[in-house]
Structures are given as C-alpha cells and as structure tokens.
Ligand binder design. Structure first.
Ligand code: A2P
Length: 303
C-alpha cells in the first residue's frame, strides 16, 4: 500500500477503485470485493448514477466490520449543474445521503464546465452557465478539481483561498501530461489519473474509430511478460512510479484484486524509459461533448 500526503496532512491511498461506468447491480459487489481485497480508496461521482448502490455496499462493509469509516478514503464530485453557490451544498448533501456517509474525504469540481441548474447534460448553448468556483467546508475534508488543464489550474491558483489538494485528469502512457505533473508537484497538488487502462468500456458514442489500445500496446505487453504480470499491472505500476494516484475501474473480482496487486510490480529504469517514449498526447475522453454550437466552451483542455 502506498499513500500520498496532501497539504492538509491527510493520506490519499495511491490506488483507488474507479466506479465510472460500473453498472447498477454490479458496482455494490465491486466495492465489497475491493474492500475485501484491501482497497481503501473508492472514487465516486454523482453523475455516475450509482452512488446509492455504492452507499448500500459501504453500509454493509461497515456493518460486517470489513473496514472502519476512518480507514476508507471516499472521493465524490460536484456535477456541472450545481456550481451556483446555493446549489453546492444540496448537491453535496444528496451525495452524502446516497453514499450513507457523514463526510467525504475529497470533493472535486467534476469539470471546469457549468450547466444551468435543471439541466442533466447540456446539449444547447443556453443550457450552460459561465464557470463559477464552488467550494464548501466542514463535511468535506479536502477539496480539489477534475479535468483542469495547466492553464485553468494556474488561473485558479491566482486567487484561490483554498488551493486544490488534487486534480483528477485522464492520465496514462499515451497521455503523460508531464508539464501538468511538474506544475502539480511544485504546488503540492496530487494528480490522480482516470482511464488508466484506456476505458474500453465507454459507450460507443464516446469512442473514436481506430482508438489505440493501452492494454494491447506492444511495449506494455512486453514489459508485462518480462515481469510476469499483466499489462494492466504495468499501466498501474507506471502511475506509482510517477507519484500519481490512480483509479482503475473494474467490477470483476479477479481484476479488482489484480489491479491492487500492482503495488508489487517494480518497473525498472529501462521499462520507464520505454514507456516514456509512448507519450503522444492521446485522449480517450476528449470532452468534445461539451462543445456545442454557439455554447461557451471551446478547447476545454486548452490544447
Ligand atoms: P471490468 O470492469 O470487466 O474488469 P479504466 O479504468 O481505464 O476506465 O478501464 C476500465 C476497463 O478496463 C473496463 O472495461 C474493465 O473491465 C477493464 N479492466 C479493469 N481491470 C482490468 C485488468 N486488470 N485487465 C484487463 N481489463 C481490465
């Protein structure tokens, strides 16, 4: 097990269970299996539509004595339709009620994108709001952001009274985000990587034709063979070598366990050099779905 200590002295477990795309009916069992396997970090979000089932699983885990609340790290995220100051607390309270928790360890602004309050997913220009900082205290122990580019993070730090502890972004060998990582290191912000395995289970409309496969990448599979481990474990161990946290999603008990066992894989300098050469700035989640004709958002990642 590896932890990263945040500016507020709290310890974020490096590997967490991702729950984006985890289907209802499966996510609860995944959470229980993960806790049994030794995970102490679960990554959630209101928009994933499965927090109530995660909450039931957490309740069961506590009741069965599998883990104590204070030994678990739970992250959730504020959806884009609740950035207005009077909407933040109700959104957070709904998440806490669904998760059946009194507090979160980390609450992230899910996207630097704001919708009007009654809009679930904006598709027309007049359903967006201008970006607005949202912040809450007391029932969240740490706050952070997600999907913030280097530029947006720098802008935020200019006048943030509570600088983010974490920025959660897409991160893997095809998208290594070196500049962002360096800036975060310098400013004591932990980067957490999502889609570390390439998120092959995204819905078809989020996928591009001819997407590169991370799990079948030749360099990755060769390194895996050498270490007698799986390609997924190489991808996750790479995060640990970069000092980034990572949240692989799985609802399969065998793969949930396998992913946590990446802690046991030690990549060599030679492996890391080979992986370094894979970077090509490739995004699986390109956020084009927020760029609607006449809308306020263009080039969300400032690239
Ligand atoms: P499953 O949930 O059936 O295990 P990401 O974390 O990048 O979003 O990727 C999630 C996808 O990767 C899911 O399709 C998940 O399937 C799959 N996956 C998770 N762990 C592994 C693993 N160890 N080996 C291969 N595929 C995995």
């Amino acid at each position: 097990m590896k932890f990263y200590t945040l500016k507020n002295d709290l310890n974020l477990p490096a590997i967490g269970l991702g729950t984006w795309k985890s289907e209802p009916g499966k996510v609860g069992n995944a959470v229980i299996e993960a806790i049994k396997a030794g995970y102490r970090h679960i990554d959630c979000a209101a928009v994933y539509g499965n927090e109530a089932e995660v909450g039931e699983a957490l309740k069961t885990a506590f009741a069965q004595g599998l883990v104590e609340r204070e030994d678990l790290w739970i992250t959730s995220k504020l959806w884009n339709n609740a950035h207005e100051s009077d909407k933040v607390l109700p959104a957070l309270q709904k998440t806490l009620a669904d998760l059946q928790l009194k507090y979160l360890d980390l609450y992230l602004i899910h996207w630097p994108v704001a919708f009007k309050a009654d809009v679930g997913f904006a598709s027309k220009a007049d359903e967006f709001l201008s970006p607005e900082e949202a912040y809450n205290k007391g029932i969240v122990k740490s706050i952070g952001v997600s999907n913030f580019s280097l530029k947006k993070l720098k802008d935020l730090l200019v006048d943030a009274t509570h600088p983010p502890e974490v920025n959660q972004v897409e991160l893997h060998p095809l998208l290594q985000q070196k500049e962002l990582l360096e800036f975060c290191d310098t400013n004591s912000i932990i980067l957490t990587g999502y889609s570390p395995l390439g998120s092959g289970d995204r819905s078809q409309d989020m996928k591009k034709e001819d997407e590169p496969s991370l799990l079948e990448n030749k360099v990755i599979t060769e390194i895996a063979k050498k270490h007698n481990c799986s390609p997924a474990q190489v991808l996750l161990a790479w995060h640990l070598s970069c000092g980034t946290a990572v949240i692989p999603k799985s609802t399969n008990p065998k793969r949930i366990k396998e992913n946590l066992e990446s802690y046991d894989v030690s990549l060599t300098d030679e492996d890391l050099l080979k992986i370094k050469s894979l970077d090509k700035g490739y995004r699986y989640v390109d956020a084009k779905f927020f760029e609607v004709p006449g809308g306020p958002y263009k080039n969300i990642y400032d690239e």
